[in-house]
Design a binder for this molecule. Sequence first.
Ligand code: ATP
Length: 247
Amino acid sequence: AAAPYLVVNNVEVIYDHVILVLKGVSLEVPKGGIVALLGANGAGKSTTLKTISNLLRAERGDVTKGSVEFMGERVDQLTPNELVRRGVIQVMEGRHCFAHLTIEENLLTGAYTRKVSRRELAEDLERVYHYFPRLKERRKSQAGYTSGGEQQMCAIGRALMARPQLILLDEPSMGLAPQIVEEIFEIVQDLNTKEKVSFLLAEQNTMVALRYAQFGYILENGRVVMEGTAEELRENEDVKEFYLGLS
Ligand code: ATP
């Protein structure tokens, strides 16, 4: 079997010292994989991603059990910035671009954790524009005046500026038209195959996620209730009924 890459082991998370939200979640992302984390609103998908990226503490969340390992090392005591330097970065739900900065300024902020020369920065920008030609067209526009799809692209592009190995992508399809969702997932797939970026993808859009991911986990109420290859999940009767609306 391939060496473990990202391993989340039996993680329990409590918000505000009382609200138990993750009740022992375990999952793995293999190197080079696209793994989907599926489930309804409130199931705990965002919390799982924030547990890995260590953005949880900013929201008064505590990991009370379990561990997170990346490339064979415990990473659950690192700061979010230290994790970014190791190659793990989260793209938050709701896009989070700076509305008053231009697209290009937003992208440049993504390189903040690295010491890089102007030349490297320029190369990294070109790399982002190569995958997101729309961002190149809009590079002088204030992010707040671009479309939802462009803002989602900006958020992913900004993460790419940190030269990540693993992107934790939270609900990229949220609020976007199907055609734009498709465009974004095609780019995710491109980044996966050409740049070897791995993805853990939280999605309520089960149908789309299972077309691009190789493997998926279904969360319900803070627990993994099902896992399997994308094909197994697509063929599963319960998944069809509850998550694909195909009953
Ligand atoms: P969504 O698609 O809405 O993001 P999700 O599956 O990602 O859903 P989470 O955002 O992880 O779910 O939320 C899981 C549960 O934790 C929900 O019941 C939510 O209300 C609760 N929760 C999330 N953030 C906090 C917080 N900062 N403080 C207290 N409770 C929280």
